[in-house]
Design a protein around this ligand. Structure first.
Ligand code: MN
Length: 249
């Protein structure tokens, strides 16, 4: 029987030590929790210091630092070493949780670092920095330049995919706060949206009820862009047991 208020586990980093960063970070975390509630779910926010609840209906892998390249079989590339910031404790927690959720077909919604994490956890690789893909990273970082809800670049969504079915559009504008991206999608995953410069902006599983990752930050856009709210509504509905799989074939 569908659960009316699905329990959504939201994974985030440890709270920063200094007060100013902590306040800023608390605001970012609130965007996730508020978007989950607006979608009909009950969020539980966990850091690498917290005990993981035994049962949850959906997993939201949130944004944050870079996944260590060793997790996808690469050394840190010396050419881009200074662009990397690693959070090994969070990698360990999230890779374990992601594999557990994938194994149990628990719905997973992945945002920014989250889409990178799920791709790595399922066997894919990342660009350690967009410059290595021949892309200008500045085109994908609007931090300090634009309001958080304002789109900075477009994405073209692949027709016939779960993402296309959810947002009901082939092109839409998104915000951008990343310097890495998916390189090789994991086995069983497909590319479902790209930026005009070719950057992979969304992937989804072909084998699960709902495993979707987006490179942008929809939780910062939901107040101004109803299309982005649908991502949370559909994720929470899937977590509640509503049938909502990717199209077959
Ligand atoms: Mn982007």
């Amino acid at each position: 029987m569908p659960r009316s208020r699905p329990r959504i586990l939201v994974t985030v980093r440890r709270t920063p030590a200094d007060a100013a960063s902590a306040a800023d970070y608390a605001r970012r975390v609130r965007y996730y929790a508020d978007a989950v509630r607006a979608g009909g779910g009950v969020p539980t926010v966990v850091t690498p210091d917290d005990a993981i609840p035994g049962a949850f209906d959906g997993l939201l892998l949130a944004g944050g630092a870079d996944v260590h390249p060793r997790s996808y079989g690469q050394p840190i590339n010396p050419a881009v070493r200074e662009t990397l910031s690693i959070d090994a404790a969070r990698d360990a927690m999230e890779i374990e949780l992601a594999r557990r959720a994938l194994g149990a077909d628990v719905p997973i919604f992945c945002i920014c670092r989250g889409v990178q994490l799920i791709n790595v956890a399922a066997g894919g690789t990342l660009w350690q920095d967009l410059s290595l893909a021949g892309v200008d990273p500045r085109a994908h970082d609007q931090d300090g330049h634009l309001p958080v809800w304002e789109p900075v670049h477009g994405v073209s969504v692949v027709p016939g995919t779960h993402l296309a079915e959810i947002i009901g559009a082939s092109d839409t504008g998104v915000n951008s706060y990343h310097h890495q991206a998916v390189a090789d999608p994991a086995p069983g995953f497909r590319i479902v949206a790209r930026a005009p410069d070719g950057t992979i902006e969304a992937i989804e599983s072909e084998r699960h009820r709902f495993v979707l990752g987006v490179q942008w930050h929809p939780e910062r856009m939901v107040g101004h862009h109803p299309l982005q709210r649908r991502l949370f509504e559909r994720f929470v509905a899937a977590a509640g047991g509503e049938s909502s799989g990717p199209p077959l074939g």
